[in-house]
Ligand binder design. Sequence first.
Ligand SMILES: [Fe+2]
Length: 209
Amino acid sequence: MRNDIWPLFSKTIYVTDVILNQDEESKLNKIYDNIEFNKARRNLEHNRSCEISKELQLFHCHPLTFLEEKIMERFHNFSKNIMHYDNNFIITNSWFTKTHKGQESMLHTHKNHMYSMVYYWGNEETEDNKIEFKNYNSATSFNISTKEKNIYNSDEYGFKVNNGMLIVFPTEVHHMILENKNNSIRKSMAMNLLPTGIIGTGDSAVELK
Ligand SMILES: [Fe+2]
């Protein structure tokens, strides 16, 4: 007797690990600790807003090739072996976030890209250090109560953040940094990706270089 569930046409979130050695982690921290931050622009009206680095192309401007290579190795595993995409991808924008105690981000999406990623390192690992995703295209307008929340019956889902964690998600998925309740700074690096080469066929084809 079958009892299969197929979450058809769902949003695909990929969670993997990128492990840095001590030398690599201290290089990353040195850049993080010496870079300038602004309040996130989309959160200007929000007085508990987290901050993002002024530099939005970290991989272009700082010696972080070791990190980009490790992250792209994991992304390619996702794009080639799970999604079976023919095209390659590149990271366009890459920036740091800095969230002090009591700060959070607003719910937002990233525009003009296909995938986004967020990488975590050097954070206090507590239960409430989370990134939350939210679905505004609910499959139903019925608000039926549930005994237990799972990925089939939820329109919001929070991932507990671990050091070394890399999360890949479609750019259009709403997400937010939940309030940092720790005394230490919550840090992450966010990235956007575009596919390259010829995309599509016929009169819909486009080439991105
Ligand atoms: Fe974001």
